[in-house]
Design a binder for this molecule. Sequence first.
Ligand code: SF4
Length: 432
Amino acid sequence: MERPNFESGQKLHTQEQENTKDFLSTENILRLSPGETADYLVSVEEQGRLEEFLEGAVGDASLLAQLSYWEKWLEKDQQKLLESIIEKKREIYPSESESLPLELEKRFSEDELKLIFNNTKAIQLTYGCSMGCAFCGFDAVKGAREHIPYSQLANLYKKYGLELSSGVPFLYWASEPSDYASKEGLEDKTYEDVHELAVHYAGYDPSITSTNLKDQEWMDFMASKRPNSENSSRRFSVFGMKEPQLVQLRLRASASVEKAGESGREIEFIGPTPEGKEFHHIKGVGKSFEQQDDIDDIPKSGIACVDGVLLTPRGIYNLFVVPVSREYPQGVIISPLEKITDEPVREGDNLKEVMRRSVIQGTYSHEGAMLKNEEGEYEDFQRYVGTFPKTATIYCKYKWYHARVDQNGNILTVDERDRYGIRKEKDLEVKD
Ligand code: SF4
């Protein structure tokens, strides 16, 4: 089958120049919201050209990243087709074990890679999640089906440990960490082995949040401390769990902590509040946004808590936390990172576009989204607690910027610095 060409984006393979005019360009597709992306694929399918479109899209790093991230929004048969095309491509072009994840060294210079890994806040080891929670705030598709090869993660941590020690990325996103478990293609490695790379080469103990409540070995691992663990946490997500089960779980966790002896550590349980009230996964974040009533008057928060870079088996992205909206239903602006350029950032630009050609500073953003109401009780509603305009620090090729951004990602003001952090003097306006 001939592959259609896309106007921009990172080409992974040579594509034919014909068959171009009927499909939206990469640039235009990346501008779409997830709902619009899904609608666009329906229209392509109605033309009978879905397979042709997807064949081309998976050869374009940005489109592969975009469609994979929003796969849960697609029709089931479209998801299936996309997955089968990706699998076929992986067989034809297997990734090289001596490379970095996604073979990033072929797309970015050494300095650019240092900048990227310095600001990386999350590394998603697997694509898809075995848990498949109905109201997953990250729209994980059900079933772990792809992983970043261990050898590539080892290359990453060995070479860029210093940079990664700055952002201390946790090792999951739309995924369950324990899904990275020994099986064919995983070189007999598990999540624990990847965790050890972070401890050994980057000197930090990654925080973990897990929903794997059944596996005792995993529980034992969660209960044991690693070096430099002062700022790391171990949390089990127990949303919706009934009190008697929770009591049992706490007993098992205590037994694991005791077994670990001096290296035992605290395990937290997230879901029930100190008052004993329980939360379920909150409907209305991610795909379920479409099913909820209007929330325009109260800004709602997603579960994303970091700005910066996200690496997954399907793409590398910039993230910036904002309230949940139709445009950003997970409460995070997310764009595939395509390149790092010296194109200036200007007032009036949109951050989503800028994030395709720059690196967003890695930082925690709007922590503690659950609020108490006036009566001192935790609110059911996950209210957004950040304020706007919010500052984004944006690194380009030779300059960086402090940009003040509104909740729709519009850049309101820009403060430019050179590579040494020296502020650009604004030209004085001379008025008559
Ligand atoms: S909420 Fe967490 S455990 Fe559940 S599907 Fe999403 S990523 Fe997986």
